[in-house]
Design a protein around this ligand. Structure first.
Ligand code: ADP
Ligand code: MG
Length: 375
């Protein structure tokens, strides 16, 4: 589907924004914690042309039809379904006083949707940079990320954190983005597996999502309850060295395990960053594996497909592996010697067939760049 076919004119430019995986630091974001995402080579591409009537028309090669709306009339919920994302991006830019104007937008994607790779944030970010770029409005990437999060929260109605949008906007090739949520500070950490004869595999386990929203809310609630019981604003305030004391002060065993995950996971992010800075990428593997065990046993957000994929990757020689994302489905990542990538994948495919699971889908994921103008 070409832009000319859909809109009858030539485009003025195109902008891309990538999906992401979080290397480690799972479910610490809403505890003011630490996360370490990379951007994927897979991205959402928005090809765009200005129009001067204050209206935006959007089409996506993944969806039938064209959706059109007036920028002035946008209000949370006024546009539904997938077009809520581009509409939400336009709404928050207007609300924030940026002088965007009408546009025709064509969305194209090689990023799986709904697989936990953050196609929603990529779509918001790609639309935002396209609408800004069409009018030559320069905005700091972190600010675009913040606005995209607001759009997802307030326009689409999804209570997401800021990691996905920050990764899509601020990652750089060959690096992971160390994002300290309490400090709102970022740092680019060298992480380039191919340069070290390694590969980072991302495997979509294609598990049907089960009770995800309710379970996510329950985990958040446990963490908030624990922070209140411990008299701290968020679990980030519990130092790793004080973990045993904190656990002894909690009454509920489930809450205790949730806390242990968050506090140890934050420590694992710090350890991973230290190792990456020292160029010891292979030593990061065991941290991935420990993170998975914590998510499985203490946070209880894995499903059999995730556990089988991780266990099989490790048995086939991966240096480390873990689920990534919200849990209950989505993807695993595995750090492997480059030469082991194919055998590890083959082992996972075989194990999935033996368990009667859906066939998994793999992506090779060299850490890639954040959003940019393409043409
Ligand atoms: P994830 O962010 O993990 O991919 P979400 O459920 O948060 O999953 O976001 C997926 C939604 O984003 C889709 O249901 C759709 O509304 C929108 N989306 C993603 N990719 C596209 C696309 N190429 N075209 C149109 N909408 C898309
Ligand atoms: Mg999403």
């Amino acid at each position: 589907m070409s832009f000319q076919d859909v809109f009858g004119t030539a485009p003025d430019g195109s902008w891309r924004a990538p999906g992401r995986v979080n290397l480690i630091g799972e479910h610490t974001d809403y505890n003011d914690g630490l996360v370490l995402p990379i951007a994927l080579p897979n991205r959402i591409l928005v090809t765009a042309a200005r129009r001067d009537d204050g209206r935006i028309a959007v089409a996506s090669s993944g969806h039938p039809g064209v959706v059109e709306f007036a920028i002035d009339e946008l209000a949370p919920g006024s546009v539904g379904d997938w077009a809520a994302y581009p509409a939400g991006a336009a709404w928050i830019l207007r609300e924030s006083g940026y002088p965007i104007g009408g546009a025709n937008l064509l969305v194209d994607s090689d990023l799986p949707s709904g697989a936990g790779l953050s196609s929603s944030a990529a779509l918001l970010c790609a639309t935002s940079v396209a609408l800004l770029g069409l009018r030559d409005i320069e905005v700091d990437p972190a600010e675009v990320a913040r606005l995209a999060q607001k759009a997802e929260n307030q326009y689409v109605g999804a209570p997401v954190g800021l990691m996905d949008q920050m990764a899509s906007m601020c990652c750089t090739a060959g690096h992971a983005l160390f994002f300290d949520i309490r400090a709102m500070a970022t740092d680019q950490i060298p992480f380039d597996p191919p340069a070290d004869d390694l590969a980072l595999l991302v495997v979509d386990v294609k598990a049907p999502h089960r009770h995800v929203d309710g379970e996510y809310a329950a985990r958040r609630q446990s963490c908030e309850q624990a922070a209140a019981e411990l008299g701290v604003p968020a679990l980030r305030s519990i130092a790793f060295e004080d973990l045993d004391d904190a656990l002894a002060r909690l009454t509920d065993d489930v809450v205790r395990r949730r806390v242990r995950h968050v506090v140890t996971e934050i420590r694992r992010v710090e350890d991973a960053v230290t190792l990456m800075r020292a160029g010891k990428l292979r030593e990061v593997g065991p941290l991935f594996t420990a993170s998975h065990a914590s998510l499985r046993d203490d946070f209880e957000i894995t499903v059999p497909e995730l556990d089988v994929a991780v266990d099989t990757a490790l048995a086939a020689g991966a240096l480390g592996a873990r689920m990534t994302g919200g849990g209950f489905g989505g993807c695993i990542i595995a750090l492997v010697e480059a030469a082991a990538a194919e055998p590890v994948l083959a082992a996972i495919e075989k194990a999935f067939a033996e368990h009667g699971f859906s066939a998994p889908a793999a992506l090779n994921a060299p850490p890639s760049a954040g959003a940019s103008r393409v043409s």
